[in-house]
Design a protein. Structure first.
Lengths: 217, 217
């Protein structure tokens, strides 16, 4: 069955790969599943047709036959559960890989989202400059803990998994601020993720779409 | 095998059930699995023994034989996957229930966490009063979208699932601010969750522990 995902018609990041469709594209590339992309404009995101697919008016969504999903974590997990390559076979190792998916999305990403909001939505506020270091320190605190846990390992728990895919994707958002590079082992970890052929294909596909060179959609 | 979870020795909320161990207790009660609780003090949370279990120094954690997990989402999913009662049998319905777990944790909870931070960690800042309405509106926006999607249904997608367990738990945190009650269908949805016998048992257990009446740990 054809897999169809939605992505921004033009991502706000201009194709840096930070929009969440890149995470789903990456997962699909890791497991070798072809997919089609339906671009969604900022106006269409808030219209009934898209809201029926995604109640929060975000991207990406995932359609496969009569199954329709939203939420990147859920979509990546769905892909990882059905195709080999993103979750270990051993039951305990699998549960730990899933733990890292949730850790990326519910413990590491929230302060990173808060920093984006502070920089973008609150940049014109009177408190912006004074408050920013506080928010940056919250990101730094989380990354510090993660850096200690990763140590000298290549990936978070044995072989590359959906947990690493999600964590690398979340950490990529901290590179523009310079915070990622304060933790050399995390910067190297992200670079290992980006060096994977599947990531490169996913990145190139979203870049082509965002620069108007897409063949799909 | 004995299931052991960690919880605050004394929760900052004094036993209102908002600490995340309540989510895990609730899941275990729904599927009828007994468990033991190891209380962790604020000092112990940051010590090597606990950091080995939870790299971010948070609660809860989950131990079962040689499996050790952290992250509430991952723990609840692990319980839901292994025992009947929290995930539907139909593959598509199961994927949608998992979607709501991720939506609760990665889309609905982040603005709620931001509001808690604004109220607790930034209450003494010069910008606190001026900024608060902005943060509250972000919570209101998400809850408004969720309210539209829930409509008149009892649960988010058919029967009660781990997705509802997580969403009700996340929404409970918006009641003190009064925002939850601005959405009568969401307030009723949360009340339905709280009325479940398994929730009541979980709530009572954490309350007993936080008021010094616990028999476990």
């Amino acid at each position: 069955m054809t897999i169809i995902i939605t992505a921004f018609e033009r991502s706000p990041d201009g194709g840096k790969g930070l929009a969440r469709d890149t995470r789903v594209r990456w997962a699909l590339e890791e497991v070798g599943q072809p997919y089609e992309v339906r671009p969604v404009s900022f106006r269409e995101k808030k219209e009934p047709a898209h809201l029926a697919l995604h109640p929060f008016g975000l991207i990406p969504t995932y359609e496969e036959g009569d199954l329709a999903l939203f939420e990147t974590g859920s979509i990546v997990f769905h892909i990882a559960e059905r195709h080999a390559g993103l979750l270990p076979g051993d039951a305990n190792a699998r549960a730990r890989a899933i733990t890292w998916m949730f850790a990326a999305l519910n413990t590491v990403e929230p302060p990173i989202l808060e920093l984006s909001i502070a920089k973008i939505l609150e940049s014109d506020k009177s408190w912006s400059q004074e408050r920013l270091p506080l928010v940056e320190d919250r990101v730094r605190n989380r990354l510090g803990q993660l850096s200690v846990r990763l140590g000298k390992a290549d990936w978070l728990d044995g072989a590359f998994s959906a947990g690493d895919l999600m964590m690398v994707s979340v950490l990529l958002r901290t590179r523009p601020s310079g915070i990622l590079n304060e933790f050399p082992n995390l910067a190297a970890y992200v670079a290992r993720g980006e060096a994977r052929p599947a990531y490169k294909r996913a990145f190139d596909a979203q870049l082509a779409q965002n620069t108007g060179k897409a063949l799909t959609g």
